[in-house]
Design a protein around this ligand. Structure first.
Ligand code: PMP
Length: 368
């Protein structure tokens, strides 16, 4: 056998995984890390103390498996979301990535398909591949917008088993109107499609941008997924969740690994949810920095997309790879999502945002 080949070529890897690249946003230790849409504000000290205290208490029972049903956590998450939701409507996982994986494990699989509308969250095709679900790429308009008519038409034609609607969308940052979600839900009736609205960034939306949570009642095939990684500043804790009909949560119980949410994870998330106001206190500041980035980029002659998230996607760059590298040379790491002429930046603290804007302006002036 040829030992110099890529080991993945030699190994009996499933055919649909051959040649795929793992998710791999760079993790570089630079002063301004604005590339993976984290909340860059540190946790308030009182929240850290509360988490440490509750995790210490949970440590007393680490010889036992955790609550498989994570009942307290589901209760708290339902309380946070409101909209008359109860613990029976909630499911959670180690990040919303795991929740999405559970959905694909339950409703996707060999012979089934999931549809997304690129450019969108890069994990959708990878999660589909991992569950042997065919991934169907829908199309957006040239300005990356997705209208109700176009989305519904594409779903009617493709008849997928699952549809991913990301709102606000990553990487563009723009939210979908509820008309799009309703139209896609209705269009999915023919194939009995599960419609996932990924609202990982919902808390950063402008006032007046409604959540798909308002559509759950009476729509058994609709799932709204959320995460504590972004607005709650808890990316390191790995806690994502979804709200849907209780029957959907029951389907998740068939595919989750037993005790998938550790006692430490549950204690951490429960402690954090006792401090919702303190945790969300920085959201307004981040939204301000986000709007500042949009305004400043326009002033520099670039084309930022309108954003309901904690990041801004912008076009009008002649050489995005060079701008990305020059920013990194100045200690600012942002994201090249591989779309010609475009880059994406996370709104950080005021100081981080200033480092990005000042660096970018310098680079653009130098190149003229
Ligand atoms: N959905 C979207 C749109 C995201 O951007 C991300 C993270 N970048 C996730 C889901 C997953 O986040 P997590 O697993 O941390 O909840």
């Amino acid at each position: 056998m040829n030992q110099s080949m890529d080991p993945c070529e030699r190994l009996p890897l499933r055919d649909n995984l051959r040649g795929l690249k793992p998710y791999g946003a760079p993790q570089l230790d630079v002063p301004n890390m604005l590339n993976v849409n984290e909340n860059t504000h540190p946790l308030p000290v009182e929240v850290r103390d509360s988490i440490a205290e509750d995790v210490r208490a949970a440590a007393a029972n680490l010889n036992r498996y955790p609550d498989r049903e994570f009942s307290e956590l589901r209760e708290r998450l339902a309380g946070y979301l409101g909209h008359n939701l109860t613990a029976a409507n909630i499911w959670a996982g180690n990040g919303s990535n795991e929740v999405l994986q559970h959905i694909l494990q339950a409703f996707g699989g060999p012979g089934r398909s999931a549809m997304g509308f690129p450019p969108t969250y890069s994990m959708y095709p990878l999660l589909a591949a991992g569950t042997d679900t065919e991934y169907i790429k829908g199309v957006r308009a040239d300005d990356f917008e997705l209208s109700a008519e176009s989305a519904a038409q594409q779903v009617r034609e493709a008849q997928p088993n699952i549809v991913f609607l990301c709102s606000p969308n990553n990487p563009t940052g723009t939210a979908l109107g509820l008309d799009v979600i309703k139209a896609v839900y209705d269009a999915g009736e023919a194939s009995n499609a599960i419609i996932i609205v990924d609202e990982a960034y919902a808390e950063f939306s402008h006032v007046g941008t409604p959540s798909a949570l308002t559509l759950l009642e009476g729509r058994e095939r609709l799932i709204v997924s959320r995460t504590m990684s972004k607005a709650f500043a808890l990316a390191g804790a790995r806690l994502g969740y979804m709200a849907a009909a209780p029957s959907v949560a029951d389907a998740m119980r068939l595919v989750r690994l037993p005790y998938h949410l550790s006692a430490v994870t549950q204690a951490t998330a429960n402690a954090a949810l006792k401090h919702v106001d303190a945790l969300l206190a920085n959201v307004e500041d981040i939204k301000m920095q986000r709007d500042r980035i949009v305004d400043e980029l326009k002033r520099m002659g670039l084309q930022p997309a309108s954003s309901d998230s904690n990041f801004v996607f912008f076009g009008g760059l002649e050489n995005p790879a060079l701008v990305w590298q020059e920013l990194l040379n100045r200690g600012v790491l942002i994201r090249d999502v591989g779309i010609p002429g475009h880059l994406r930046v996370t709104a950080g603290t005021e100081a981080e945002t200033t480092a990005f804007l000042t660096g970018l302006e310098e680079i653009l002036e130098k190149s003229q």
